[in-house]
Design a binder for this molecule. Sequence first.
Ligand code: G1P
Ligand code: ZN
Length: 543
Amino acid sequence: MHVLVNKTQPFFDQKPGTSGLRKKVKVFQQPHYLENFVQSIFDSVDIPDGATLTLGGDGRFYNRVAIQTIIKMAAANGFARVLVGQSGILSTPAASHIIRKYKTLGGIILSASHNPAGPNEDFGIKYNTANGGPAPEKITEAIFARSKTISQYNISSLADVDIDTIGEISFDGFAVQVINPVTDYADLMAQLFDFNAIKTLFKSSFSMKFDAMHAVTGPYAKEVFINRLGASENCLMNCEVSETFGGGHPDPNLTYAHELVEELYKANAPDFGAASDGDGDRNMILGKKFFVTPSDSLAIIAANANLIPAYGLGLAGVARSMPTSGAVDRVAKKLNIPCYETPTGWKFFGNLMDANKVTLCGEESFGTGSNHVREKDGLWAVLCWLNIIAAKQMSVEAIVKAHWAEYGRNVYSRHDYEAIPTEAANGVMAHIKAQFGTLPNQVLGKYTVSTCDDFSYTDPIDGSVSTGQGIRILFTCGSRIVFRLSGTGTEGATLRIYLEAFEPNIAHHHLDAQVALREMIQIALEISELKQRTGREKPTVIT
Ligand code: G1P
Ligand code: ZN
């Protein structure tokens, strides 16, 4: 096997996070750029004899090119085998499952999640470890450090491999196995859920629309909903993977999934609607003319987990990111199980799941998951809802309202102010912190402040401490306002305001969260002096 040595130069200006390195396709197309990063990954992990690498992506533009390069580099770097999804396809949760099921050393996932795809849009690459989860900070830091000093990379002179035909291609001491990207994942779902009950549901008058938003979940949805659960083809929207994601922005929320939203809000709307994002890890759940907030979705799945075969024996615990509403906390209390409040980002859940401390977890940003993989999982969340609907024989709206009647409602909304000058954003945060001494006990409208802090978290498993994770203003009634600067924005700063009003009595609040939260929004703007300091009259995005 021929190994070429190329001089490369480090051109990474930023540390790859746990979501990996995301850049414009044009950046990745620079000579040696992708190779430099891949070699930095391979140099940062021990590759034992016989090691296997899982490889696949969300099908976006440049996926195929990158896959051929990575196969050649895996061969030259001592891997014995690469498991690659057919046509280069693996959703993020499916890749996590493949790594775990076939005990591969790790996996490379090619995705920029919901970011638009195409020659002028985004591409991304990340490494997941043997537990199926995103590489921990220790490894991403090592990759970054290595990328600055690297001077050569190893690549074999193998010809391009046919990744469209299932089967094994063997070379001297190296093999590429092209696998069906959906079979293993669909098998796992069939083990977790009551497929017979869901089949019966689809045979009834129940109707659904699932929107893959032209991205990776299309083939998964066809196999699971149509082939295995007997739903009719017209349940599916935008289920052909396109290299440009149909020119869209596959972010499953009320703004970007408007095509689905229109379906669910028209006359004779289907009973159930759901969408997933570019790489299949996020989800949005809708009922007939009804939106389920991700925080409520997590709480409702936890409260009804006993109806799902995989969780019938009970939950070890649950976890939510700090800005996610406290709805799930109320469920955990009733179930008498622990509830962990972690900083934003999926990586904090991994340690808890590996230690068997939590079974379900979720974030307000449309991510929900369980210990079946180590990534959030969009289709899994959709199946949770279908299983619960099949068991309860109730509509989405009725399930949510019954939940609120039992537990109270954590009325919730997130207001994002995007691309504000970094200085102004820092000024807002500093101004709020300066009031930490005076805010407690203040009466603001119908709310009384109890405490405020800047959230920090000590990982109960490895003891690591994460500070500065967002400002919490807590009120005596269980309501709160959280201010946080995004860690993923690309232009200036993104300030997120998370508004949550706890309403014990369902009869006392407006269904529309923006109306129900009017007073709280006002309080948040006053405490932060946001308008004065940023000149912004209204949020960029409301979810
Ligand atoms: C955003 C979401 C967060 C999620 C992250 C990665 O991060 O808010 O929940 O884990 O993307 O998908 P943020 O921009 O808020 O730092
Ligand atoms: Zn995603």
